[in-house]
Design a protein around this ligand. Structure first.
Ligand code: AGP
Length: 610
């Protein structure tokens, strides 16, 4: 949940660390800090709040150092203040440690270390690591060995970087459950929680695996397991470019990511559609396909927005493939003895590929002998590596905390899987070709919706002071209602609920009055007439209706105060279009309410803690 960076080489480390932290700030922004090795000892600066706050308190002439670490925090244990900010130190201020993850047995370790005479400064779980390593360093061990032995006593997750006053030529890193990437330069190494800080800085990277510890010096890198076995690591070229991780002229990453959906969906589809055969090609699963093809049951598991795309996947698989599907919150999955076995297939969906709950669900499913497939955006992420096979989204880095383009790419990949499996089960080639053509047309159709951004901004302007909002949809658009409501909650801080439209009369209709905007997805599909009746139920209680309707539908204007049109498509793909106005509506509501769109309060991009 936090971001960590490190540098060892011959360049001035501080600007590199700060630049890296800025690129990781989406992972957490409760506090930030840096530590540098200097002749006078470890130099450290920490501040509550964003990295800008840290920069504000830096001295005009900070020390020049070629070895350092940095951290941007999403608080778990201890308030987000400057004392709890990382880096943390041992009693003798000999080492500085930055940590991403949770040390589960920290209360036990802390009590034991206090008994041994250690004094703690913060309320964090992370600080125990410093005192633990100090114990081993006092026995005269090298830094790498002290860290390794210390970690053998630790239960929990960590991505770690450590520097030591007495080792000016060593940066130690370790990983268990929280990602770490090592970038290789000329007699220098960079360290980061993900590849973003390394883009444009170095050309090749090595991904540490769980249970591995790296000792980096200016002349080389050695990697061992925590059990002390040497590991041969390979490096690979970094596959991102600067434009992908910059705002490219947009005011916010979220807006950029909403606007680039025509091209991200084209990337998700590239090389995967076969018009002649009316099917899809998905290299990542075709080599390991049997279990999916003959599955008697499919379980889709994910969190947040990815869980909403899983719901759409459920409707697709059940309607088109006739396979029973269940959608599980990954956060609940392993705590309720789910029924999965070698007859069922689990598909985990995650933008980041690092969500702790989703990873835990994958491990539980594998333990029960289920085949597990992944749908991920981040190449080389933990979920991508821990699943048996999978499909990448190819949506490019998603940096805005509110997920937008990853959602549409996830739904697209689920449609591709439906098409591929369907053509091997019951879908005719004609129907397959219809799906292929419609998928090909989606990027262009999204473009026409994006062109209406000013109209959508005006509707947001009218509603900017509302305190609550209802989102209604049916069938494939019920998950879109949930997703629209989530977007509004997380970035505009407006309480919003998504409901299947017909359900409101079983309770939520009591909330409706002339102050309640109700966003209704009312596209011309098999249940259009039914949704019109639901709109009337809202209007009869003076609710204000904002309808998302199909282009050319004049009838809807009689039922709704505001109408945003989307082009016609087949029902199964309509979420790819209907979500776009809801993303833009939430974005403009957040802007008008002066909210921090890319870094909403209390949130972080990837939730790597349970
Ligand atoms: C969505 O806007 C979120 N910020 C959040 O719900 C997110 O979708 C969830 O945490 C899952 O993340 P993942 O897709 O990276 O696993």
């Amino acid at each position: 949940m936090c971001g960590i960076v490190g540098y060892i080489g011959s360049q001035n480390a501080l600007p590199l660390l700060l630049n890296g932290l800025h690129r990781l700030e989406y992972r957490g922004y409760d506090s930030a800090g840096v530590a540098l090795w200097t002749d006078e000892g470890i130099w450290m600066q920490k501040a509550a709040g964003k990295i800008a706050e840290l920069e504000r308190i830096l001295p005009a002439e900070p020390p020049q150092s070629t070895l350092g670490i940095g951290h941007t925090r999403w608080a778990t244990h201890g308030e987000p203040n400057s004392v709890n900010a990382h880096p943390h130190c041992d009693c003798g201020r000999r080492i500085a440690v930055v940590h991403n993850g949770i040390i589960e047995n920290f209360p036990l370790l802390r009590d034991e270390l206090i008994r041994k005479g250690h004094t703690f400064q913060s309320q964090t779980d992370s600080e125990v690591l410093c005192h633990l390593f100090e114990e081993y360093l006092e026995r005269g061990m090298e830094l790498g060995e002290a860290v390794r032995q210390g970690l053998a006593c630790v239960q929990g997750t960590y991505g770690l970087a450590i520097i030591d006053r007495d080792h000016p030529d060593t940066l130690v890193a370790a990983r268990n459950g929280s990602p770490l990437v090592i970038g290789h330069g000329e007699e220098e190494f960079f360290l980061a929680s993900d590849a973003a800080p390394l883009v444009g800085v170095i050309k090749s990277v090595t991904y540490l695996d769980d249970g591995e510890l790296a000792v980096l010096t200016r002349s080389g890198m050695t990697v061992r397991t925590i059990e002390n076995c040497p590991v041969d690591k390979h490096s690979e070229p970094i596959d991102l470019d600067l434009q992908q991780i910059e705002k490219s002229g947009y005011a916010h990453f979220m807006l950029k990511e909403i606007m680039e959906q025509p091209s991200t969906l084209a990337d998700t589809l590239r090389g995967r559609l076969m018009w002649e055969e009316g099917t899809a090609r998905l290299g990542g699963i075709e080599h390991d396909f049997e279990s999916l093809l003959y599955a008697r049951r499919i379980v889709l598991t994910a969190c947040g927005t990815s869980w909403h795309s899983a719901l759409i996947g459920e409707f697709m698989f059940e309607e088109m493939l006739g396979i029973p599907v269940e959608v599980e919150y990954a956060s609940e999955f392993r705590y309720r003895n789910p029924i999965v076995n070698d007859d069922s297939v689990v598909i985990a969906i995650s933008q980041s590929g690092e969500t702790a709950d989703t990873l835990a669900a994958i491990r539980e499913a594998k333990r029960k002998r289920s085949k597990v497939y992944g749908i991920c955006n981040v190449v080389g992420s933990s979920i991508a590596r821990e699943t048996d096979a999978g499909v990448y989204l190819h949506a490019g880095p998603e940096i805005g905390v509110a997920s937008t383009k990853a959602f549409t790419s996830q739904v697209t990949v689920l449609a591709l899987i439906t098409l591929l499996l369907g053509r091997m089960r019951s879908i005719s080639s004609a129907r397959g070709r219809e799906l292929v053509s419609e998928l090909q047309a989606i990027p262009g159709k999204i473009r026409t919706i994006l062109e209406q951004h000013e109209e959508i901004r005006q509707i947001a302007e009218i509603h900017q002071y509302v305190r609550n909002c209802l989102y209604l949809g049916r069938g494939y658009n019920y998950p879109v209602a949930l997703e629209g409501a989530l977007k509004l909650k997380e970035i505009a801080y407006v309480h919003a609920e998504g409901y299947p439209a017909a359900e409101i009369k079983h309770g939520p209709i009591a909330l409706i009055d002339n102050q309640m905007p109700v966003v209704v997805i009312a596209t011309r599909d098999s249940i259009y007439e039914k949704i019109l009746s639901n709109i009337e139920e809202v209007r009869a209680r003076s609710g204000r209706v904002i309808a998302i309707a199909t282009e050319g539908d004049q009838e809807i204007k009689k039922h709704a105060q505001y109408v945003i049109y989307v082009p016609q498509t087949i029902e199964m793909l309509s979420p790819l279009l209907t979500i776009i106005p809801l993303q833009l509506f939430a974005y403009y509501m957040a802007i008008l309410r002066n909210c921090d769109v890319d870094q909403p309060r209390n949130l972080a991009k990837s939730v790597t803690v349970e």
